[in-house]
Design a protein around this ligand. Structure first.
Ligand SMILES: [Fe+2]
Length: 190
């Protein structure tokens, strides 16, 4: 991959977004940032990561989808590496990043993750909202539903927030819907 040639410093917009909520805002169950990065940059990363090796994964055996592990020498990994300092976190013991790519009929069923202190979802590609792919979050009595557009980001506690997406649905105008998100799992202490 030639993406190592390009690095993406966190822009002032991203810094302002993360800083605007004050320290430790990320301890809330979730926080959504529409337009966290430019949609065009998200689209560029979508096409770059299409070329990565993928495997089929399942969650609870309900359905499978494609997952690409993000190499550490990629510009998108570089981008995620910069996030902890924007949150005021001085060190991050582990960062694991992957791309989840869903096509017609695919979704992730409701679950909580087993590891990680904070998870970030960055939407790289999504069909119009009537084609599914809605992200659903639930924590105690709080519930939220979001249809992310390319460039939107969500931070959440994946080990305590139940999360899922709705199946993608094709249509005559969009016969091959694709939803791709980059996921970063941050672990502060090993
Ligand atoms: Fe998850």
């Amino acid at each position: 991959m030639s993406s190592r040639l390009f690095t993406w410093p966190m822009s002032s917009r991203e810094t302002i977004m993360l800083g605007a909520f004050g320290p430790r805002w990320f301890e809330r169950p979730w926080r959504v940032f529409p337009g966290f990065i430019d949609g065009s940059r998200a689209t560029q990363w979508f096409f770059e990561t299409l070329q990565l090796p993928s495997r089929r994964v399942t969650c609870g055996q309900a359905v499978s989808w494609a997952e690409h592990i993000l190499p550490e020498d990629s510009s998108l990994f570089d981008f995620f590496l910069r996030v902890p300092s924007m949150l005021g976190i001085e060190s991050c013991a582990q960062l694991l990043c992957w791309i989840s790519r869903y096509v017609d009929g695919e979704f992730i069923n409701e679950h909580v993750d087993k590891a990680g202190d904070l998870q970030m979802i960055l939407c790289l590609q999504a069909p119009p909202r009537e084609h599914g792919g809605e992200l659903r979050l639930e924590h105690g009595t709080e519930r939220a539903r979001f249809t992310l557009a390319p460039g939107d980001a969500v931070f959440f506690s994946a080990t305590t927030v139940r999360h899922s997406t709705t199946p993608l649905r094709r249509s005559g105008s969009v016969p091959d819907p694709i939803r791709a998100v980059a996921v970063a799992r941050f672990t502060w202490n090993s």
